[in-house]
Design a binder for this molecule. Structure first.
Ligand code: HSE
Length: 299
């Protein structure tokens, strides 16, 4: 195969208490065409255009090269055309999406040499935690854990819900958002999260939004991160007041994700207003849960 099209969804990781373990795929997609060509080129339209490197240091190229290296095959000159819809550094899994795009595009060009499980293992090892890459690959709600190099991920049933994501214009890199977390946690906080994470899974499965609203809270990461994002706590409160059933920091932030049974423009508007009151402009993404994960099609 010399040409392939890859589509990878955005993801929202953690879902409150499921820190580094739970993630959901959302209906916002990055797409890329790969073809073997005479000369290397990468073009980027949409999110990150003009910011992302357009040379071999681009993370998609890096991931593609990794697959050819692992296969023991020479890396061919590739023409890659990207259409990005996932905002960079937002808490919506843009770096996982880029990595999977490169891994899956290259794997398709190699005739699917590596299984999905192997792609998940490579992507998780690159990322350090599976909670974005696993739902991006499998779609829907995914619970994951790691044991050394092994990754265990399972796609779980989930009811259709609306997910309003509001992204403030604030730089909060994942590296920084992880550096502010304590190395050790109190036993009570661990119990708080374990018990709620299990019930978040049950609430998403059954569509019990009252339960989701009770249990989508966290003591392991949000208390350390939210105060660093101006307006974030106020935006969470505004989402609930506007009718959202539950709200969480999306991944490491700075975006927030609010869940409701159906789309309601007031939820995003009120969250946006809260960020604006704190001096930040904010973008609203009215999304749904995507049961579909990443896919490749030959062209
Ligand atoms: N679980 C990760 C975190 C997601 O919260 O740091 C972001 O990559």
């Amino acid at each position: 195969m010399t040409k392939t099209h890859v589509k990878v969804p955005a993801t929202t990781a953690n879902l409150g208490p499921g820190f580094d373990a739970l993630g959901l795929a959302l209906t916002l997609w990055n797409e890329a065409d790969f073809s073997v060509a005479e000369r290397f080129s990468i073009t980027i339209k949409g999110e990150g255009a003009g910011k992302l490197p357009q040379d071999e240091s681009n993370p998609i190229v890096d991931a593609a090269k990794q697959v050819f290296d692992l296969a023991g095959r020479p890396f061919p000159a590739l023409e890659i055309a990207c259409l990005n819809r996932i905002p960079l550094g937002s808490g919506l899994g843009s770096s996982s999406a880029a990595m999977l795009t490169g891994l899956m595009g290259a794997n398709a060009l190699l005739g699917q040499l590596f299984s999905n499980d192997e792609i998940l293992k490579i992507a998780t090892s690159n990322e350090g935690h599976p909670d974005n890459v696993a739902p991006a690959l499998l779609g829907g709600l995914v619970a994951s854990t790691m044991n050394g190099e092994m990754v265990f991920s399972r796609k779980l049933p989930v009811k259709a819900l609306s997910a309003t994501v509001v992204l403030p214009d604030f730089d909060f890199p994942t590296k920084q958002a992880r550096a502010v977390l304590p190395a050790q946690v109190a036993r009570g906080d661990a119990i708080y999260n374990i018990s709620r994470a299990v019930l978040v899974v049950e609430a998403l499965k059954s569509g019990d939004l009252t339960l989701l609203g009770e249990v989508m809270s966290d003591k392991l990461h949000q208390p350390y991160r939210l105060p660093l994002v101006p307006g974030a706590q106020a935006a969470m409160d505004a989402a609930r007041e506007a009718g959202a059933s539950a709200v969480a920091l999306s991944g490491a932030g700075p975006s927030l994700v609010a869940f409701a049974s159906k789309q309601d423009a007031r939820i995003g508007a009120e969250m946006q207003r809260a960020f604006e009151s704190a001096g930040l402009s904010a973008r609203i993404f009215r999304l749904k849960i995507s049961r579909q994960g990443a896919s490749v099609h030959s062209l």
